[in-house]
Each structure stands twice: as structure tokens, then as C-alpha cells.
Design a protein around this ligand. Structure first.
Ligand code: GLN
Length: 505
């Protein structure tokens, strides 16, 4: 097997099952890698060495005792996006307002990870409350792209994508409200899935926009992503929008990697103008490889996708402004007293706390959302955006009559430079043109590496979209493409990434 930090989660699970390696060794190898490279990448907001090693020891002991109930993934470590509550471990959502908050309960996703016996290495960085496409909006400083440390690793889940691309964890969790799993995967040469809305529990995810938020798996291979999807997914009575149905057969689909006879729809509105030449080129080549593997291609027309971004940036701030009202200086996180007021009122404390605790992007969206929801404007903005959302869902329904899956580039460009778009919210928002329609319609989507753009040598991603609860199709197509591309590259794309500066212990 490769060095432990280079191995896939599937390889680690096999080796652990055969007792060729212990979970303590696997966890320690990752802790050593974190100590050596995280100074350069800044993927983690919190590392829990003790907790991870304790879980690893418990799994190793159970395995030594011949415990036959061990989960296949028992002992394989994981990193958790810091927007998911973890009992006893800090959860900041990348925000100063939650600095020091230690939740008294686990999110369902984390409870499932713990129940599977997977050691949690730590919590990964993100844009504050998952608002952003670069991690530059984190209250704790940006993460860096392992392919080029001057560039962004995507967002909001840039901590999770960079953790994978720098071999600081074989698996990570993400949340995707408008693309925060898929776009970071695309710009770092990793894989990420946004499951069908309701396919993975939202209980214990600190909400951004409840009707769009979806937790999902992130990994370096399609099979690993499926293995984690199977751990995280499934019905949860604690989430009122959870789907009461079995998890689609994602692992089997990833193993078979079969696209014979599949109809692949290329979305006309999500290619061409506005997409970087090298991104488009790698996308076209990937589609040709899928045809070689036995699929057929059709072009599909989704005219209302043009309005997706506008609708999203009304619906998301509206929901976010009400979800974030709970950060009132009374219940969670920090409390800041206003300067120069002797006996401040609750409102004055709240205002001072929210002013100090929230960053600019969060404030921008709260103001936008409050405005869009105010009486007199509600119908013109929020109501209208909901109608557009319906039209987008109808575009998808029509497209899926002629195609089994839809594809597009995941993001219009490769990773941009840190600082490049920070002062231009519109430019930042445009990163999500291709990913947002799936969130508006509640559909599953995946990003798989499609190669390096010739002009800058940086990773590009191909997005796959499927009908609700047909998440397994993403894995079939993703795995078929990965197989063809790995054969072409002679190994994983990340093998071509530059070495990171190491801090030796
Ligand atoms: N970049 C998008 C935004 O800023 C997506 C965020 C997300 O998926 N959490 O809203």
C-alpha cells in the first residue's frame, strides 16, 4: 500500500480489516502530516489528536477481540467541516461570534461517523457560516490551495477540500447550499457530492439557508466518496425534511462504474461563453471519454438557469437573515458590551455583539435578506424568486426526460488568487453559476476531477447532476470518468501536485 496518508479510504479500510495496519498508526500518520503541512495550508480550525487516537485505540482493541460488528469504515479517520456540531469539540462555523462555543450535542452526521468508529481528526475551515466561494470570509483567515498556496481552495468548504488535497485526511464532510462541496472539489482536484435534498440529515448543521442546505461527502476518489455517503446518509426523524427511503446504492454504482447505454445531457446554458478555455477543453475531453465508455450525448436546454443566480441570492439571504437571528449574544458564543454605555439594554448588547462577531459578507447578506423579506418587498423579491425556483425545477424535469444525467463544468474557472475577488461580491457569486440550479431544485450533484487546465496547470472539475434520489447515477458516471482519466494520467491527478513546504517535528 501507499504511504498511509496517500492511501484511499477504501484501501485503508481493507488494510485495517486484514489487520495489516492499526487505526492508531493510520491516525498518527495523519496527525504527523497535519503537524508538517497545515502551517502552510491552514485547513484545520481545530485538531483533536487525543480524541482521534482514543477512538482509534478503541477500534483496534475491538478488532483484536474479534468484534464482528465493526463497521467496514471503522478506524478510517475523517475531518469534519466546522459547521457541524460536535459534542465536546469547538464548533465555530468560521465565525468570531461562535468563538469558544462547545456544543452539548452531535449533529446526526457526526453521530453516524462516531457510530461507525471513524476517528475525527479535527474541524475544517470554511467561509463564515458557509457564505462564500473561497474561505476568505472565514473569521480565522483563509485556507490555501495545495496546488498553489497563493490561490483559494474554493468555498465555503475550502478547509475540507484542502485537507484532502494535502493528504491531511482521507475523507471529509461538507455542506452544499449553492456549491460549497462541488466547487472546492473542482479547484483542488478532489471529489465531492451534494446528495439529494433530504438524503443526509441536516440535524445539527448550523443552518445557512434551510431549504437549500445539504450535507455530503468529500474524498479523493469516487469510491471513497460513496463509502462516506453510505455512512452519512439515510432517514433521520430529527430532520423534518429527511426523506423516508433507503440510501441509493451509491457504493455499488461506484464499484461498477458502468455507463453503458446512459444518456448524458450537456446543459447548453452551462458551457461556452464565460467558461475559461482550459476548463471547457477538459470538460469536452471528459464527455468524449464517457462516450468511449458506452454513453451517448445529447444537448439539453434549460433556459431558466439564466435566472438561477439571481433567485438564489434572494432566497439564500432571506433564509440566512432569519436563521442567523438566533445569534443574539444571549444563547451562544461571545457577548460584547457596547463602549461607553453604563447599563446597556439587551438590544444594545445584541447590536454590539453582532457588529463585532459577524464579518462583512454575513452582514451584507443579513441586510439583503431582511430587505427582501420586508413587507412591501416580499412579493416582488422573495415571492418572485420562489417562482423562478419552480421554473428551474421544471427545466430539470424536461431535461431528465431525454437524459439520465446532466453534465457541465463544475466551476467557470480554475482557482483564483487569494484577494482577487474579495472586494467584488458579484465576481465571487459568479463562481456558483453552474452549481446553484441543483440546490434550487433539491437535486443531487457531484464534482469529479477532469484534469489540469493547460493555460495554468490547475485542476478543473466536471459536474454531474441526477434526478432526486438517483444519487447512484452520479457515482456510476463519476467512477467511469475517473477510471478513464486515471488510466490516461497514469495515476491520481493529485500525484501531479507540487510538494508542500514541510515543518519537521
Ligand atoms: N458560494 C455560495 C455562497 O456563497 C455557496 C455557499 C454554500 O454552498 N454554502 O452562498
Amino acid at each position: 500500500m501507499n504511504h498511509l496518508t496517500r492511501a484511499s479510504a477504501a484501501e485503508l479500510a481493507d488494510a485495517l480489516g486484514r489487520k495489516e495496519v492499526s487505526s492508531v498508526e493510520v491516525v498518527q500518520a495523519h496527525l504527523d502530516q497535519i503537524a508538517a503541512v497545515d502551517h502552510a495550508v491552514h485547513s484545520y480550525l481545530h485538531v483533536d489528536a487525543e480524541g482521534a487516537l482514543a477512538t482509534a485505540r478503541a477500534v483496534d482493541d475491538a478488532r483484536a477481540d474479534g468484534d464482528s460488528d465493526l463497521h467496514v469504515m471503522a478506524g478510517v479517520p475523517i475531518a469534519v467541516k466546522d459547521v457541524m456540531t460536535t459534542k465536546g469539540l469547538p464548533t465555530t462555523c468560521g465565525s468570531k461570534i461562535l468563538q469558544g462555543w462547545v456544543p452539548p450535542y452531535d449533529s446526526t452526521v457526526v453521530a453516524k461517523i462516531r457510530a461507525a468508529g471513524m476517528p475525527i481528526l479535527g474541524k475544517t475551515n470554511l467561509d463564515e457560516f458557509a457564505m462564500g466561494s473561497s474561505t476568505e470570509h472565514s473569521g480565522y483567515g483563509p485556507s490555501h490551495n495545495p496546488w498553489d498556496l497563493d490561490r483559494i481552495p474554493g468555498g465555503s468548504g475550502g478547509g475540507s477540500s484542502s485537507v484532502l488535497a494535502s493528504f491531511q485526511a482521507p475523507l471529509a464532510t461538507g455542506t452544499d447550499t449553492g456549491g460549497s462541496i462541488r466547487q472546492p472539489a473542482a479547484v483542488t482536484g478532489t471529489v465531492g457530492t451534494k446528495p439529494t435534498y433530504g438524503g443526509v440529515s441536516r440535524y445539527g448543521l448550523v443552518a445557512l439557508a434551510s431549504s437549500l442546505d445539504q450535507a455530503g461527502p468529500c474524498a479523493r476518489t469516487v469510491l471513497d466518496t460513496a463509502l462516506l455517503h453510505a455512512v452519512m446518509g439515510g432517514y433521520d426523524p430529527k430532520d423534518s425534511t429527511s426523506i423516508h427511503a433507503p440510501i441509493p446504492p451509491v457504493v455499488r454504482a461506484a464499484q461498477r462504474a458502468d455507463v453503458t447505454g446512459m444518456r448524458i445531457g450537456v446543459v447548453k446554458q452551462l458551457t461556452g461563453a464565460g467558461y475559461q478555455a482550459g476548463v471547457q477543453q477538459r470538460f469536452d475531453e471528459a464527455v468524449a471519454l464517457l462516450v468511449d465508455a458506452g454513453a451517448s450525448v445529447v444537448e439539453v436546454d434549460c433556459p431558466n438557469f439564466e435566472y438561477a443566480l439571481a433567485a438564489y441570492y434572494l432566497i439564500l439571504p432571506s433564509e440566512a437573515s432569519s436563521n442567523l437571528a438566533k445569534f443574539d449574544a444571549m444563547r451562544y458564543g461571545i457577548r460584547v458590551l457596547p463602549q461607553g454605555i453604563d447599563a446597556p439594554s439587551a438590544e444594545q448588547v445584541m447590536a454590539a455583539t453582532r457588529d463585532a462577531g459577524f464579518g462583512d459578507e454575513v452582514k451584507r447578506r443579513i441586510i439583503l435578506g431582511t430587505y427582501a423579506l420586508s413587507s412591501g418587498y416580499y412579493d416582488a423579491y422573495y415571492g418572485q424568486a420562489q417562482k423562478v425556483r419552480r421554473l428551474i425545477a421544471q427545466d430539470f424535469e424536461r431535461a431528465f426526460q431525454v437524459a439520465d444525467v446532466l453534465v457541465s463544468p463544475t466551476a467557470p474557472t480554475t482557482a483564483f488568487k487569494i484577494g482577487e475577488k474579495l472586494d467584488d461580491p458579484m465576481a465571487m457569486y459568479l463562481n456558483d453559476v453552474a452549481t446553484i440550479p441543483a440546490n434550487l431544485a433539491g437535486l443531487p450533484g457531484m464534482s469529479v476531477p477532469s484534469g489540469l487546465a493547460p493555460e495554468d496547470g490547475l485542476p478543473t472539475g466536471l459536474q454531474i447532476l441526477a434526478p432526486a434520489m438517483a444519487d447512484d447515477r452520479l457515482y456510476a458516471v463519476g467512477a467511469a470518468l475517473e477510471r478513464a482519466l486515471v488510466a490516461r494520467w497514469g495515476g491520481h491527478l493529485l500525484a501531479q501536485a507540487p510538494a508542500l513546504p514541510r515543518k519537521e517535528a
